[in-house]
Ligand binder design. Structure first.
Ligand code: GDP
Ligand code: MN
Length: 304
């Protein structure tokens, strides 16, 4: 028996177009997962991009909660891949368990969002994303969709909608539905503040910082006066409106695989005083890839 055959891939034959369904483009959906929500999985199953072109990748921490989430996830995967309708089945699924400890921060929202906890938390998030990305990106991947485990509502056409703009990096506007006791009706509010256009103030603040210090968005203690994608939506505004961004969040973020292949990742350290997904946007920009956002194209975050 001779040596194993060499598999050759011509990366220039992997197309990345605004009509990925017609061109049968492979997409990798990546989800760092601390908790499993059934609503996330149900929404994922409803995505009507051909599932045979979709590979799923997950990374979960090795904590009690992470173990629990892993077993819930595995149960749903079994059901979908072995017993569910053929059209629901994904091309392949990869589950990674984190080989580093999660930040010692509770997963409860109030703790998670405290300013003092942010640097450690975002650093771990960045490492989780990088680990997931570098172990799953394949030679035939055209697109990477970053989709957080607590995104429970999107259009079934999410992938096609984002790809139709043909941008290297494009992020949806992440909102949250809640019960408004005043109007006694369901309402919605902006959730993710990590997608923004830079401001003079933020740039000046960064200039005065130590080499390891990071800017964070959405904290009164650190007013940056950036223009947030979260507040750019307008009632009745076009879902196709596209704006350039300097920072992006990772909740529902479509990236051309070549951006990652060029080396853009999620810095787990202060990169231009930015970390994780915001640092990723900066790194991509330095590599010549401009990030964009869709003010009126919404996805919804779970309400704890
Ligand atoms: P927030 O929405 O800004 O509060 O951020 P999340 O806490 O929801 O984190 C973003 C995504 O990463 C979600 O999909 C979480 O389930 C996941 N996540 C959070 N912490 C960890 C962690 O320590 N390890 C891994 N693998 N995933 C995590
Ligand atoms: Mn979240």
């Amino acid at each position: 028996q001779g040596p194993p055959p060499v598999t050759r891939y011509n990366l220039n034959k992997v197309t990345v177009t605004s009509d990925p369904v017609r061109n049968q483009e492979h997409i990798l959906i990546l989800t760092p997962m601390a908790r499993f929500y059934q609503e996330y999985w149900d929404n994922l199953l409803r995505l009507n991009y051909p599932h045979e072109l979709i590979t799923l990748g997950f990374i979960l921490p090795k904590t009690k909660e992470g173990n629990q989430a892993t077993s819930m996830l595995q149960k749903q995967i079994q059901k979908t891949q072995n017993y569910g309708p053929e059209k629901d089945r994904f091309k392949s699924i990869i589950i990674l368990r984190q080989d580093f400890d999660p930040a010692v921060v509770s997963q409860d929202e109030s703790e998670r969002h405290k300013l003092a906890n942010q640097k450690a938390r975002r650093e771990v998030m960045a490492k989780a994303r990088n680990s997931l990305l570098f172990t799953t990106l394949g030679p035939s991947t055209s697109w990477v969709l970053w989709l957080d485990a607590d995104i429970t509502e999107t259009a079934p056409t999410l992938i096609q909608d984002l790809a139709s703009h043909d941008k290297p990096i494009i992020v949806a506007n992440c909102f949250q539905k809640y019960y408004d006791p005043e109007s006694k009706k369901m309402a919605e509010r902006p959730y993710d503040f990590n997608s923004w256009q830079d401001s003079e103030t933020a740039l000046k603040m960064a200039e005065q910082m130590g080499p390891d210090d990071i800017l964070l968005e959405g904290y009164a203690e650190m007013a940056t006066y950036r223009t947030l994608l979260a507040y750019m939506s307008t009632p009745g505004g076009s879902k196709d409106l596209v704006v350039p961004l300097d920072g992006v969040g990772g909740t529902a973020l479509l990236v051309k695989a070549d951006v990652h292949r060029d080396g853009a990742m999620f810095p787990p350290f202060a990169f231009y005083h930015l970390i994780e997904s915001e640092g990723f946007a900066k790194m991509a920009k330095r590599l010549g890839w401009q990030p964009y956002g869709l003010p009126n194209y919404k996805v919804y975050h779970y309400n704890e």
